[in-house]
Ligand binder design. Structure first.
Ligand SMILES: Cc1cc2nc3c(=O)[nH]c(=O)nc-3n(C[C@H](O)[C@H](O)[C@H](O)COP(=O)(O)OP(=O)(O)OC[C@H]3O[C@@H](n4cnc5c(N)ncnc54)[C@H](O)[C@@H]3O)c2cc1C
Length: 502
C-alpha cells in the first residue's frame, strides 16, 4: 500500500475494482463530521471493508460560551445525533470514540496511539473544512498515515458538475440541467458489523455543558432514526402536494429534513433514491411534487458548488458590482428584528418561530431576509450570522446563498428591484393568519385581513406599530442599489425576472 495517497473516492466503493484487497489494513480511523450515520456512509463502509478494526471518531470543538457561527440549538441537535450514533455503532459491535480539541492534532495523536494506518473521512466543501483537510493530510502523511476522502455530503461533488468549458455554473437552471444529466452514484450498503479496539480511551459524549451553553429552544428529535422517520412521513403524502403546498404557511407541506441533511443523519443519495422510486409509482400531478422537491435538493448542491468555486462569498457579495452598496449600522433595529418586535406580523412570526424552535419556514426566511436588507437596510451579513447562531439546520452554503439571494447580491439571486412586500406576502401565503397567530399570541384575536396591509392603529395592546413604512423604505433601497450599480429604472425593466420565488 502506498502511503500518502489523498484521493477522493466517489461516494461508493465499487468504483475501484480490487480496492478492498489492495488496502486490507489492521486499523483505520473513520472521522465523523457531517455524516453522522451508519447507513449509506461510503467512508465508514470502506473503512470496515478494508480494515480488521475501525475506530469511529468524533472530535468535539473546545470553544466556550459563544461562537460567531453556531449556537445552542445546533449544538444541542449535534449532541442528540452523537448519542444516537453511539447507540447505533454499539448495536453493530463498535464504539464511538470522542475526543476534544484541534481535529488535526487529535486525529494524528489517535492514529499514532492506536497504530492506525489510515484516516477516512467524508469530504466537506467550505473553505474552513478544506483547510483542515489539507492540514490533516500534511500532518498525517508526514507520519506515514494515509488520508482518504469520500463523497457523502452531497450527491454530486462541486468539481463534477461543470459547464462545457469546464467552468463552474453561476446560474441555477443550466446547473440543474447538467446535474440531472449526470449519473448518480449508487447507495452504499449499510455497515453490518464493526470492531473497535476495546482499549482506546474516549471522552464522554458531549452535552451542552461542554460548551458552557444552555438549551434555548424546542428542537426536533435528533439521530438517524428520527431523520428516517421524517423522511417516511413526508413520502407518505406531503411530497405529492409539495409543488403547490410548500409555501403555504399553515400546511406542513415540506419535508423538515434540513437538519438531517446538515448533520448527515440521512444521506442526500438515500432521499433522492426514495423519491425516484416513488416517481415510477404515481400520477403525473404527484410527480410534479416529487420533481419540485428534488429540485430543492439540487439548490442545496448548487450552493455547495458556489461556495467551493467562489469562496469569496463568505465575506463578500457574489456579484462585485454590489460591493459599494451602502448598508446602515443600527444595533437597535437589528435587535427588534431579532426579537420579532418589528410590528410586521409576518416578520415577527418568523423570527419568533426561529427563536422558539431553531427553524423557520423557507418562505418566511425569504420575507425576513428581504425585510432586513431592503426595509431596514442592514447588511445581509448581520442576518446571515444571526441565522447561523439560531438555526438547527444552519449550513454555510445554503445560508449564505439564501441571504445573498434575498439581498439581491448573490448567484442567480432575486433581482434587487423585486422587493417582497411583507403585507402582500402575508395575503398570499398566510391568508387566514394561522401562522402569525401561532407565533405571535398577542395577535390571536385580530381579524387576519388586518395582517395584509399597514395598520393605522395598533393591532393589539402591547404589539408595536410597524417600525418602518415599507413603501418608503422600498424607494430608499432602490435608490441605494441604483447608485451603487449605476443601473437605471430602464435597465431594470430589461432584466429577466430571475428565480420566480419573489
Ligand atoms: C435567508 C435564507 C437562509 C437559509 N439558510 C439555510 C440554512 O442555513 N440551511 C439550510 O439547510 N437551508 C437554508 N435555507 C434554505 C431553506 O429555507 C431550508 O433548507 C428549508 O426551509 C428547510 O426546510 P425543509 O427541510 O422542510 O425544506 P424542504 O422544502 O423540504 O426542502 C428539502 C431540502 O432541500 C434543501 N433546500 C430547500 N430549499 C433550499 C434552498 N433555497 N437552498 C438550499 N437548499 C434548499 C434543504 O436541504 C431541505 O431540507 C435558507 C433560505 C433562506 C432564504
Amino acid at each position: 500500500m502506498k502511503h500518502g495517497a489523498a484521493g477522493v473516492c466517489s461516494g461508493h466503493v465499487g468504483l475501484e475494482p480490487g480496492f478492498e484487497l489492495r488496502l486490507m489494513m489492521a486499523r483505520i480511523i473513520h472521522w465523523f463530521r457531517r455524516d453522522l450515520r451508519i447507513n449509506d456512509n461510503s467512508s465508514l463502509y470502506s473503512a470496515c471493508q478494508q480494515a480488521s478494526e475501525v475506530m469511529p471518531v468524533y472530535i468535539v470543538s473546545k470553544w466556550k460560551g459563544t461562537h460567531p457561527w453556531t449556537g445552542a440549538n445546533r449544538q444541542e441537535f449535534l449532541c442528540g445525533c452523537l448519542e444516537s450514533l453511539a447507540r447505533n455503532l454499539e448495536q453493530i459491535g463498535g464504539r464511538l470514540i470522542v475526543r476534544s480539541g484541534s481535529p488535526v492534532e487529535e486525529l494524528v495523536r489517535l492514529a499514532h496511539e492506536t497504530r492506525a494506518e489510515a484516516i477516512y473521512l467524508s469530504e466537506n466543501y467550505s473553505p474552513y473544512d478544506r483547510a483542515i483537510e489539507k492540514q490533516l493530510r500534511d500532518a498525517a502523511n508526514a507520519k506515514g498515515i494515509q488520508v482518504r476522502a469520500f463523497r457523502d455530503t452531497v450527491i454530486l461533488a462541486p468539481s463534477e458538475v461543470l459547464n462545457h468549458k469546464g467552468e463552474a455554473f453561476r446560474v441555477f437552471t443550466p446547473y440543474a440541467k447538467a446535474w440531472q444529466q449526470h449519473t448518480k452514484p449508487p447507495l452504499t450498503p449499510k455497515v453490518g458489523r464493526l470492531a473497535t479496539p476495546s482499549d482506546v480511551q474516549s471522552d464522554p459524549l458531549p452535552t451542552l455543558a461542554h460548551w458552557d451553553m444552555r438549551s434555548e429552544a424546542q428542537i426536533l428529535p435528533a439521530g438517524e432514526k428520527a431523520g428516517r422517520d421524517r423522511l417516511k412521513q413526508f413520502l407518505r403524502s406531503a411530497i405529492y402536494g409539495y409543488a403547490s403546498q410548500r409555501s403555504n404557511l399553515s400546511a406542513s407541506g415540506t419535508s423538515r429534513l434540513s437538519q438531517d441533511l446538515r448533520f448527515g443523519t440521512i444521506s442526500p443519495r438515500e432521499i433522492l433514491a426514495a423519491c425516484e422510486k416513488l416517481v415510477g409509482e404515481c400520477s403525473a400531478a404527484q410527480r410534479r411534487g416529487i420533481h419540485t422537491f428534488i429540485n430543492e435538493l439540487v439548490w442545496r448542491e448548487f450552493y455547495f458548488q458556489i461556495l467551493w468555486h467562489f469562496p469569496h462569498v463568505l465575506d463578500r457579495d457574489f456579484r462585485p458590482e454590489f460591493s459599494g452598496l451602502q448598508w446602515d449600522l443600527d444595533p437597535a433595529k437589528l435587535q427588534r428584528w431579532g426579537e420579532g418586535l418589528t410590528g410586521f406580523p409576518i416578520v415577527d412570526a418568523g423570527m419568533r418561530e426561529l427563536n422558539a424552535t431553531g427553524y423557520m419556514h423557507n418562505r418566511v426566511r425569504m420575507i425576513v431576509a428581504m425585510f432586513l436588507t431592503k426595509d431596514l437596510h442592514l447588511d445581509w451579513r448581520q442576518g446571515e450570522k444571526y441565522f447561523m447562531r439560531k438555526l438547527v439546520d444552519g449550513d454555510i452554503p445554503a445560508n449564505n446563498g439564501g441571504w445573498q439571494w434575498s439581498a439581491g447580491t448573490g448567484a442567480d439571486a432575486a433581482p434587487y428591484f423585486r422587493i417582497q412586500n411583507p403585507w402582500t406576502q402575508t395575503a398570499d401565503y398566510d391568508p387566514d393568519g394561522e401562522y402569525i397567530k401561532r407565533w405571535v399570541p398577542e395577535l390571536r384575536d385580530v381579524d387576519p385581513t388586518r395582517f395584509t396591509r399597514p395598520p393605522e392603529e395598533k393591532l393589539a395592546p402591547g404589539y408595536p406599530l410597524p417600525m418602518v413604512d415599507h413603501a418608503r423604505e422600498r424607494q430608499v433601497a432602490l435608490e441605494r442599489f441604483r447608485s451603487a450599480t449605476k443601473f437605471s429604472q430602464r435597465d431594470e425593466l430589461k432584466r429577466p425576472a430571475g428565480r420566480e420565488k419573489v
